[in-house]
Design a protein around this ligand. Structure first.
Ligand code: HEC
Length: 451
């Protein structure tokens, strides 16, 4: 039988403690003392871990890819989610390229940890630890000479102890509400060579998404471990939630702000070490905001979750989600402001188009709002407006199949969007127009902007 010891220590200055979303960082200076104890703190393990964490910062600040490499596991189990990237990277080679890209594009780096917690889970076979912290990152863009600062970069780091040394296995960082300074660079997505089959972990991960879809606090409560050291980093909040009550308050807030939540396109990889597992990937988020019924669509929330096997099965102990770079104009906090299209410009004779105008513009001044502009729609390839960054993967698939909009396909689409693309955000938020004569009127109207 293995004896598991789990313990938590405050890192550096303080732990992040907090209550309500939207409030500023509430910090309690714990002077490096334990904030929760499920077992005796092994100071040697945590001291070594702190050292590994500091060495990671030094390798980062000095842009030393060799040193960075020494700190990481080199096998396919390595993964990362970087602030300026729109997807997770799997395998050390891809993670290495992301570091290299950062080192090539930023210089004069200063990095300091503001606050955070370390959670260590160890048994006779080894140990896994994770550090949730907030950091200040300053630097200069190498290409433009422009200085930049990320005052509050939130980070999840997972370490694994092998042969007496701590190694990084996962790194996830983002700066809330910051448009990434550099263009997203896309690496070819390489799956781990040896995908982990862990049906129980996957089922637990699925239950999480169902709880979100059902907006069920009860389900969410059952999915999380009940220990004091569970943590959550939510996309639209600048601090980590620590402790079950605070974590649950963060879900309650999300549920109460939205009438209806849709979760699609879940992608994940599972990593498993004994009684600890983590999943890395992304999901697409749709919601109708409670206050004004405004439609919110986030094409990609990048996510890391850590799970622990308890007597009752796999439970979440950490969640870190952030909005992918392409979606900033329509993120969870700022989805308002658009969609209030001036109906007068749609013309009196086209009141039916008002149903679309909530999300689409057409005409000489038309831009992309919730949906893409509809100028020149007839003969236009599906999913082809270049500067509309929020197409769903479903419509991109149609585009790749050569699908384009004609009177017939458009009529079918607006009669019942779900029929053509069940997972499209438009299908989620718009039931369609059953009345054929109304559809005809809209099509005639759109024709006047298509020649
Ligand atoms: C609640 C918001 C919403 C409403 C209302 C809505 N749409 Fe959309 N529409 C979208 C979104 C979002 C997309 C992108 C779909 C995707 O990426 O899968 C879209 C896509 C489209 C497309 C495909 C565009 C392209 O570039 O391929 C057409 C055409 C379209 N809508 C027409 C309409 C018409 C006509 C109406 C009114 C009858 C309408 N929509 C109502 C949100 C909406």
């Amino acid at each position: 039988m293995t004896i598991t010891r789990k313990f938590t220590v405050a890192l550096l200055l303080a732990s992040i403690l907090l209550g309500v979303p939207g409030t500023s960082t509430g910090r309690a200076d714990n002077g490096g003392n334990a904030i929760a104890k499920a077992g005796a703190i092994d100071t040697q393990l945590t001291d070594e871990l702190k050292l590994a964490n500091e060495t990671l910062y030094e390798a980062f600040a000095s842009r030393d890819i060799y040193r960075m490499g020494q700190l990481w596991v080199k096998y396919e189990g390595a993964s990362s989610i970087f602030p300026a990237e729109s997807m997770a990277q799997y395998g050390w080679e891809n993670v290495r390229q992301s570091w290299q890209y950062s080192f090539d594009h930023i210089r004069d780096i200063q990095l300091s940890s503001l606050a955070g917690i370390i959670i260590v889970d160890s048994d006779e076979e080894g140990a896994i630890a994770w550090i949730i912290d907030s950091n200040r990152l300053e630097g200069v863009h190498t290409q433009t000479g422009q200085p930049f600062v990320m005052p509050n970069m939130l980070t999840t780091k997972i370490f694994e102890r092998r042969d007496g040394e701590w190694r990084v296995v996962h790194y996830h960082a983002h700066q809330p509400r910051l448009q990434p300074p550099t263009a997203t660079h896309e690496l070819s997505l390489k799956r781990p060579l040896d995908p982990v089959h862990a049906p129980e972990v996957e089922a637990a991960d699925d239950r999480f998404y169902n709880a979100l879809r059902n907006q069920s606090l009860e389900e969410m409560d059952g999915i999380w471990a009940s220990s004091k050291d569970v943590t959550a980093v939510q996309p639209d909040v600048g601090v980590a939630f620590v402790g079950k009550a605070n974590v649950m308050a963060s879900w309650k807030s999300l549920f109460s702000h939205n009438k209806k939540i849709g979760i699609t396109n879940v992608e994940r990889e599972v990593f498993l070490r004994g009684n600890i597992a983590w999943t890395v990937g992304s999901y697409e988020f749709h919601a109708l905001r409670q206050t004004d019924g405004e439609f919110i669509h986030v094409p990609k929330i990048l996510v890391t979750k850590i799970l622990e096997k308890t007597d009752g099965g796999w439970r979440l102990v950490h969640y870190h989600g952030h909005i992918g770079p392409q979606a900033h104009e329509h993120d969870l906090g700022s989805a308002g402001g658009h969609g209030g299209h001036d109906m007068a410009s749609a013309g009196d004779s086209n009141m039916v188009f008002a149903k679309c105008a909530k999300c689409h513009q057409v005409g000489p001044e038309a831009g992309n709002v919730v949906g893409p502009h509809l100028n020149g729609i007839f003969g236009r390839k599906a999913g082809s407006v270049a500067n509309y960054g929020m197409y769903s993967s479903g419509i991109k698939k149609l585009r790749d199949q050569g699908f384009s909009w004609t009177e017939e396909t458009l009529d079918e689409w607006i009669a019942d969007p779900k029929k053509l693309l069940p997972e499209s955000p438009m299908a989620f938020a718009f039931p369609g127009i059953p009345d054929a004569s109304q559809r005809k009127e809209i099509i005639q109207y759109l024709k006047s902007f298509s020649n």
